[in-house]
Design a protein around this ligand. Structure first.
Ligand code: ADP
Ligand code: SF4
Length: 697
């Protein structure tokens, strides 16, 4: 199909110093969880974005020296020739598709604890970075850099830039953002120096300018030099000579870089969840940059709409449309726009599961795109599937995220698929959850799959069709997939964090009851030991419905796990705004209508809270009754023509939506595969051979 001419502007080349980006789609540096120990996985993951049409594809953060060691978070390194070879795999993969490769050289300064290298962290003035934040807590304060340290830093940046050039990169970064070392020099709170690097803004930008100079010196005319900078805090700082200190910094460095990559300062504002922040939220902070520089500007904002992208360019906000999450959710986003298929873009839902993978220290995962990170180790291509194997027909029971993804992928492979759903609507848990405050964007999980399924004549969807084991035997599909989801349990929680026997009395509810329309009597207490979004989102939901709500959790924070998805600060703000009474580090011990008995996790000290409706958001159990009923008829399978009955998604192991989508996709990929299709390749990066050599030495 032909491209809509309205989007032609997105496909114009952009000159960046000595190199030219073939279009305006720029996959910005972002953490992938794939370190130098996974170079093939990493190369395939980034090469896929180039294949999908991103004109520039960047690495995540790459340490220039062991004094910048982010253990246990997965960071990349460019410390020696081995590292050069590891990165060269990526530049080759990216160049193969005509894109430019960028590398984000990085020094973490006081925000890293150097847990492996055991070097004292470096800093402008000996001030720790967020020392009460769980990720940055440590027992060693950073040391103050002297002139020799600054000279070393410049030398490391120059050496790394030379290595980057020899690894084949086209754009080499200086990274002055997100609390890392050059950023610490820019901010007066962390930079309290009285030498040439501290005091006025001109002095505070000196280090960044010198880093840009040594980078340029190292790469010559071969590569562009880019500056990635966080402007949120600087823009909030008063200036006597400009609109803000951010304006001063950009004006002072206007020509010192070939490219401005502009962003926010912390995870929750930079990589903000859709639950609390809309698309394009950075604009209010970065909108001035182009007025102060002639160099191209790239920025992000979870852009998935080509019209929003065109708007950014036409209104003079950005020259290049940066993306991390939209390029993960759909590596083929640019190609789809280019070929008039923008309706097919698998839009990011802003859930931040991807960022939680980095916090977990594992390769990137995505709710929308189950193939991400699996390009090399499982050979999964986001746009291609292998043709159907020997079996003809598959019955998928349940049209939640798992069943939908499974039916879609089986349909793409060419199987005759019957998707049966008990409810009148498809979507499973999404039908209720996407009506909770802030979660409407998550409906994209359903909508994208619904629209894709409509294109497949070989997938038949039957709504209002609750199947029994007997009916399934009668239907006699060779393969039966049970995707019947999970249910919330009415169980409390012991001191050993083990769910206790069910509470069956009146006034006890689960999220399933609220989804089914239960009306609650005040006061309501939500007891949350699930720790993800459900407890917090339900509290907001019930308040919006007019209930008076208290939230109780054994964890230290509300929705404790959401620290990993950058949501936690906003969860707390939202609960405070909704006037939800918060009780942390306590668990519910007992309930009779009128009062709930809570006790401190550690001291056992007990007290009562007024409560007529107790909502337990705790354990979930698989809805596997249908599976077991069918399994009881195993001897009848052959006569019915059934070869396999398999559980997927929550019906197998209750989890988040990301788990269900992945589970459904994996089943569909592996059906009729040979035994090796189930084997995940291990990426040792050639390290095994080299380690063997060295042990010999
Ligand atoms: P998952 O996240 O694993 O996809 P969900 O709970 O979102 O799970 O979806 C499960 C779906 O299965 C629900 O829409 C539910 O109505 C449907 N379902 C459950 N039992 C049956 C059944 N016997 N026949 C058809 N559909 C069923
Ligand atoms: Fe977007 Fe969620 Fe995928 Fe991240 S995990 S790219 S936020 S859909």
């Amino acid at each position: 199909m032909a491209r809509n001419p309205r989007y032609d502007i997105l496909f114009e080349p952009v000159r960046i110093g000595p190199v030219t980006a073939p279009n305006r789609f720029y996959a910005v540096p972002h953490a992938s969880g794939m370190t130098n120990r996974m170079p093939r996985m990493r190369a395939a993951f980034r090469g896929m974005k180039a294949e999908g049409g991103w004109g520039v594809v960047c690495t995540g953060y790459v340490s220039i020296d062991p004094t910048s060691d982010d253990t246990p978070l997965p960071y990349a390194t460019l410390w020696d020739e081995d590292d050069v070879r590891a990165h060269a795999l990526m530049t080759e993969a990216v160049h193969r598709h005509g894109a430019l490769a960028g590398i984000e050289l990085w020094h973490g300064g006081a925000s890293v604890l150097n847990r492996t290298s055991r070097s004292a962290p470096l800093s402008p003035s000996g001030i720790s970075w967020m020392p009460t934040h769980v990720g940055f807590m440590g027992h060693q304060r950073p040391r103050i850099m002297d002139d020799e340290d600054i000279a070393s830093l410049l030398r490391w940046q120059g050496q790394a830039a030379r290595r980057a050039r020899s690894a084949g990169f086209d754009i080499v970064y200086v990274y002055a953002g997100m609390g890392y070392l050059p950023y610490e020099f820019l901010l007066p709170e962390w930079n309290q120096r009285t030498d040439a690097y501290g005091g006025c803004v001109r002095n505070r930008v000196r280090l960044v300018r010198q880093l840009l100079e040594v980078t340029r010196e190292a790469v010559g005319d071969h590569c562009a030099v880019a500056l990635r900078i966080s402007l949120e805090e600087l823009r909030a700082h008063h200036s006597d000579v400009a609109a803000s200190q951010a304006h001063e910094v950009v004006a002072l460095l206007s020509d010192a870089t070939d490219l401005w990559d502009v962003k926010m300062d912390s995870g929750p504002t930079d990589c903000c969840p859709s639950r609390f922040t809309p698309e394009g939220s950075h604009e209010a902070v970065i909108d001035f940059v182009k007025s102060l520089t002639d160099k191209p500007v790239v920025g992000v904002g979870r852009f998935t709409s080509p019209d929003a992208m065109v708007g950014q360019i036409r209104r003079g906000v950005l020259d290049l449309i940066g993306a991390a999450r939209p390029s993960i959710a759909d590596p083929f986003l640019p190609r789809k726009i280019d070929t008039g298929r923008e309706q097919e873009i698998r839009e990011c839902i802003g859930c931040n599961i991807c960022i939680s993978s980095w916090h977990d220290g594992v390769p990137v995962r995505c709710t929308q795109n189950p193939t991400i990170g699996e390009e090399w180790r499982r050979g999964w291509h986001p746009e291609r599937v292998s043709p159907a194997g020997g079996s003809a027909a598959v019955l998928v029971v349940g049209a939640g995220p798992a069943g939908l993804e499974c039916a879609l992928t089986l349909g793409r492979r060419g199987y005759e698929v019957t998707l049966a759903e008990a409810a009148e609507q498809i979507g499973g848990r999404l039908c209720f959850e996407t009506r909770l405050p802030g979660l409407a964007t998550w409906a994209r999980v359903l909508e994208w799959r619904r629209s894709q399924l409509q294109r497949l004549p070989n997938v038949n969807v039957y709504r209002g069709n609750r199947l029994s084991a007997e009916e399934i035997l009668e239907l006699g599909h060779p393969h039966v997939v049970i995707a019947t989801g999970a249910r919330w349990a009415r169980m409390l929680y012991s001191t050993l964090e083990i769910p206790l026997g069910e509470l069956m009395g009146p006034g006890v509810y689960t999220p399933d009851d609220i989804a089914a329309g239960a009306v609650l009597t005040d006061p309501v207490v939500i007891f949350d030991f699930d720790n993800y979004y459900m407890g917090g989102a339900l509290a907001e939901h019930l308040v919006a419905r007019g209930n008076r709500v208290a939230y109780v959790t054994p964890a230290g924070h509300a929705s404790a796990w959401t620290i990993l998805s950058n949501e936690q600060p906003q969860v707390h703000r939202a609960l405070a705004e909704a006037r939800v009474e918060l009780h942390t580090l306590v668990r519910v011990e007992g309930f009779t209508p009128g009062a709930v008995r809570i006790c401190n996790q550690f001291t056992g000290a007990a007290r009562e809270l007024p409560c007529n409706s107790l909502v337990i958001v705790g354990t979930r159990f698989a809805n596997d009754a249908l599976y077991h009923a069918l399994s009881a008829h195993r001897e009848a399978f052959a006569a019915a023509g059934i070869c396999s009955v398999t559980r997927i998604g929550d019906a197998l192991a209750p989890g988040a939506i990301v788990h269900a989508v992945y589970s459904g996709h994996r089943y569909a990929r592996e059906l009729d595969g040979d035994a090796t299709a189930h084997v995940m390749r291990r990426d040792l990066g050639g390290a095994a051979e080299r380690i063997a050599e060295r042990i010999e030495e």
